[in-house]
Ligand binder design. Structure first.
Ligand code: AHR
Length: 507
């Protein structure tokens, strides 16, 4: 049996929980939009063609923000194609995913759909094939109240009030050779700075995200962030990080410790951003938008787009089916994101429906939860208030990829309003349970509300449209309170959420 001791104190806070950490991502890719969130003619579709069965699951998932419309798609997208009367919208070739984009769904539909789910948009502009002019046009269409050409177009298209979109991504993965319009760091940094300056002339309060590296393994990682921020430090607020995880050579122990990689990635980008700031003698801190993260079996088919003369509409792409082990990893990645709440203020699980997604649909058929739905939904619902600085002590485990790491990883939140302490834990060891002691000081522990676990058994199980809901949290009845501590046992390879009640923190 491994052991771990976690010490928390509601007076020792890292940062408020940013609700934007529980964001998601809708890209015009595969079936995320078409037959995902939007399917006119589906038995549950509303008058706008939005699938109500999907909307219900999106609400249950607890997503707070949604990034749109890409991803790689945005880098050759003309936003104007997607507004106005649908029968006059052009069909276009989508070069990113080798698909035919009908443009039946565009900005106005997206914003209406977001309104149904009460979510905040994160809008990406095309800095691949386009530039500053088209970005500010989009901003005028979306956010200006009226009296100008583009704002009046929006009004003529049926939306009187401006959308007030605050958070904008300046392009997507501009370092990637796969990106339409890939640029060098300095080129991109200048374009991002110039576009940001122009956008701020319209509204200085916008929050702007510059593209960081596409992932930690990019050959230009580090120098990319440094060079982009050297050009754009004063003009942007956040820098983006993207990371996708999958087991390599069936190495489950390393896969379960993927949060280690995310921790290191966030720490590295924070250090680089701060070093650029220090050189500039700036007091401003650049925050992090981890605006694409998930498990993604990139080696699996059909992850690659069609080719040749085949330009299908909404093909089945990147439709990964997730196992219980994947759900444990997703829970672990959320722990890493929460732990870094002082710097990571926005994050998007990629993506929302059908495309490497927690929600799946069948055209004309049902919508269902993947295993990874569950740790996300529980964390989004119960990580509230402030993130606490958890002191961790205990057994370690050695992984091939990350060396010696803590056997149990954990993060905790404290909600002043409800007096609830939530602890999210992952046992990364595949064959040994862990006995955990959670010590609470600075507040009077009055009871356990709930303790649930995902994983431990059936790690390879996956969900289907009508099969059992693997990954649904089950009660963990090992949790016992003893004075100011709770003891519980984590099964091997599992994710657990422990919720406790405490009286207000003493000053
Ligand atoms: O989320 C799938 C793709 O992954 C996105 O389009 C791109 O930004 C990333 O490479």
């Amino acid at each position: 049996m491994n052991t771990a001791r976690l010490s928390l104190d509601p007076r020792r806070r890292v940062a408020p929980v940013s609700r934007r950490l529980f964001g998601s991502f809708v890209e015009h890719l595969g079936r995320c939009v078409y037959t995902g969130i939007y399917e006119p003619g589906h038995p549950t579709a509303d008058a706008d063609g939005f699938r109500r069965d999907v909307l219900a699951l999106v609400r249950e998932l607890g997503v707070t923000t949604v990034r749109y419309p890409g991803g790689n798609f945005v880098s050759s997208y003309r936003w104007e194609d997607g507004v106005g009367p649908v029968d006059r919208r052009p069909a276009r070739l989508d070069l990113a995913w080798h698909s035919l984009e009908t443009n039946a769904f565009g900005l106005d539909e997206f914003m209406r759909w977001l309104g149904q789910a009460d979510l905040e948009p994160i809008m990406a502009v095309n800095l691949g094939t386009r530039g500053t002019a088209e970005a500010v046009d989009l901003l005028e269409y979306a956010n200006h109240r009226g009296g100008s050409h583009l704002a009046d177009q929006r009004r003529a298209n049926g939306t009187d009030d401006p959308y007030g979109i605050r958070l904008w991504c300046l392009g997507n993965e501009m370092d990637g050779p796969w990106q339409v319009g890939q640029r060098s760091a300095t080129e991109y940094g200048r374009l991002a700075a110039q576009t940001a300056k122009a956008m701020r002339r319209f509204d200085p309060e916008l929050e702007l995200v510059a593209c960081g590296s596409s992932h930690l393994g990019m050959p230009t990682f580090g120098s990319w962030e440094r060079d982009v921020l050297t050009e754009a430090y004063d003009d942007v607020d956040l820098i983006s990080l993207h990371a996708y995880y999958q087991p390599v050579d069936d190495d489950l122990p390393s896969f379960l410790a993927s949060g280690e990689d995310m921790d290191r990635y966030i720490d590295a980008v924070t250090a680089i951003a701060d070093s650029v700031g220090a050189i500039r003698r700036s007091t401003k801190k650049i925050m992090i938008a981890f605006d694409e993260w998930n498990v993604w079996y990139q080696s699996a088919t059909p992850s690659t787009p069609p080719s040749g003369d085949d330009w299908p509409v909404a093909p089945r792409l990147l439709e990964d089916h997730y196992s219980v082990a994947d759900a444990v990893v997703v829970g672990g990645l959320l722990i890493s994101l929460l732990r870094h709440s002082d710097r990571v203020t926005a994050a998007c699980q990629a993506q929302l429906v059908n495309v490497i997604a927690p929600i799946m649909t069948e055209p004309g058929g049902s919508a269902w939860r993947q295993t990874i739905f569950h740790p996300f939904a529980r964390t989004a619902r119960h990580a509230r208030g402030a993130v606490l600085d958890v002191l961790r002590d205990g057994s370690t485990t050695t992984t091939d990829r990350y060396g010696e790491v803590a056997a149990v990883d954990a993060v905790s939140t404290w909600d002043d309003d409800s007096g609830e302490i939530s602890v999210f834990l992952v046992n990364r060891v595949t064959d040994t349970p862990a006995e955990v002691t959670v010590d609470v000081s600075g507040a009077h522990l009055t009871g356990i509300i709930e303790c649930v676990t995902v994983g431990g058994t059936d790690l390879a199980a996956k969900n289907t449209a009508d099969g059992p809901d693997h990954g649904a949290p089950r009660p963990n009845d090992t949790a016992r309170q003893a004075d100011a501590a709770v003891r519980l046992t984590l099964p091997p390879a599992s994710w657990t959420m422990l919720r406790m009640r405490a009286t207000e923190a003493t000053p």
